[in-house]
Design a protein around this ligand. Structure first.
Ligand SMILES: *Cc1c(COP(=O)(O)O)cnc(C)c1O
Length: 353
């Protein structure tokens, strides 16, 4: 840290992304990326013409992509906001709606607390229940910014649409942000409720179900007033925040939605296969509606399993936090990757393969 840094940031604890090691090829089950490559149409769209046009600024309104996305979700373009990854929307929301503080779970996406601190937003941390389900009643009637990942990360546990609606209804004076990064793997999206509730902000991403983590593309669906707020902040910080290649890739992605739905189906099947196999090995697994599972072994500590797997070329995510240190978060890869993962776990547990 330099002596010049504002004292506002001197205590800021930054977010630690999952490892992206470049030293060797791992079976990468640690950051919830898709095992499937983007659709062929995406690869065609990011063509040499588009690359030549990189000399020109991109469309700050992302008109084509926004129109396609609005059509897909049957909303108006005024109800859609696009961003450089959905992390950007979370950032903007804490910046814009945190005056009376923000409430979120103790075990959830690690970025919420970072954004709260970054913007000086007071946090009300609401512990998950003993079984890692959300204490939904505690989120009602707070009238401060409410932030809920649904399905939650790293647990994978989802809440119902009715529960989301109850929480939204009971906080009429504040924004309720539902982070749906994993909703395409079996959860229920709340985006349709945004027609009815002007305080609901539904946030999604192309990073997980749409194979575009490296392209950085997120979006929100909300009332046109909330979208206007987000646009105001975007145009006050970085109007060209979605680059030309990502806009082209995003548009081709939306146009080939069927391909991604099919991939999600395969990932859900592979998830159920992996859960069944791990249970045979004595693992306890939380009920997941995401493209990852949160699992605890009855034979080996979370840290030991993480370290042994890494040594053998398989990366999973371990969180050294008191409540969840016995668990590991395991991304669902392709069937082949999961078979190697399971074989390696068996080796580690010293069982015959
Ligand atoms: C991955 C993730 C995001 C952010 O994804 P982007 O790549 O920034 O779109 C947001 N919320 C949760 C819960 C996530 O796991």
């Amino acid at each position: 840290m330099s002596e010049f840094l504002s004292s506002r940031f001197s205590g800021l604890e930054e977010y630690t992304p999952g490892e992206q090691p470049q030293d060797k090829k791992y079976i990468k089950l640690n950051t919830n990326e898709s095992p499937y490559s983007p659709s062929k149409k995406v690869i065609e769209a990011v063509n040499s013409e588009e690359v030549k046009d990189l000399r020109l600024y991109c469309d700050p309104d992302c008109k084509k992509l926004k129109t396609a996305l609005a059509e897909l979700y049957e909303v108006s373009t005024e109800n859609v906001f696009l961003s450089n990854g959905s992390d950007d929307i979370l950032n903007f929301a804490f910046m814009a709606y945190g005056d009376r503080g923000a409430a979120y779970a103790d075990i959830t996406y690690g970025f919420y607390s970072v954004f709260a601190e970054l913007h000086g937003v007071e946090s009300q941390i609401i512990p998950l229940n003993e079984d890692f389900t959300l204490n939904t009643d505690a989120f009602k009637g707070l009238n401060k910014l409410v932030v809920i990942a649904n399905p939650n990360a790293p647990t994978g546990i989802a809440i119902s649409l009715d529960t989301v609606e109850d929480i939204v209804k009971s906080n009429p004076e504040s924004v309720v942000l539902i982070d749906e990064a994993y909703v395409d793997f079996g959860g229920e999206s709340c985006y349709k409720l945004t027609e009815k509730y002007s305080n609901l902000l539904c946030v999604q991403t192309f990073s997980k179900s749409r194979s575009l983590a490296g392209g950085r593309l997120g979006f929100a669906i909300a009332s046109k007033e909330i979208i206007a707020d987000l646009e105001k902040i975007k145009y006050s910080t970085n109007p060209y925040n979605i680059n030309r290649l990502t806009q082209a890739a995003g548009l081709a992605t939306v146009k080939d939605n069927g391909y991604y739905l099919e991939n999600c189906k395969r990932i859900i099947e592979t998830r159920e296969f992996t859960v069944a196999e791990l249970e045979k090995l004595g693992f306890e697994i939380l009920p997941s509606k995401a493209n990852f599972i949160f699992a605890k072994s009855n034979k080996i500590s979370g840290k030991e399993l993480y370290e042994s797997l890494k040594e053998k070329g398989v990366l999973i995510r371990h969180f050294e936090k008191p409540r969840i240190k016995d668990y590991n978060r395991i991304t669902i890869g392709s069937r082949e990757e999961m078979e190697i993962f399971l074989k390696t776990v068996k080796e580690i547990l010293g069982e015959t393969v």
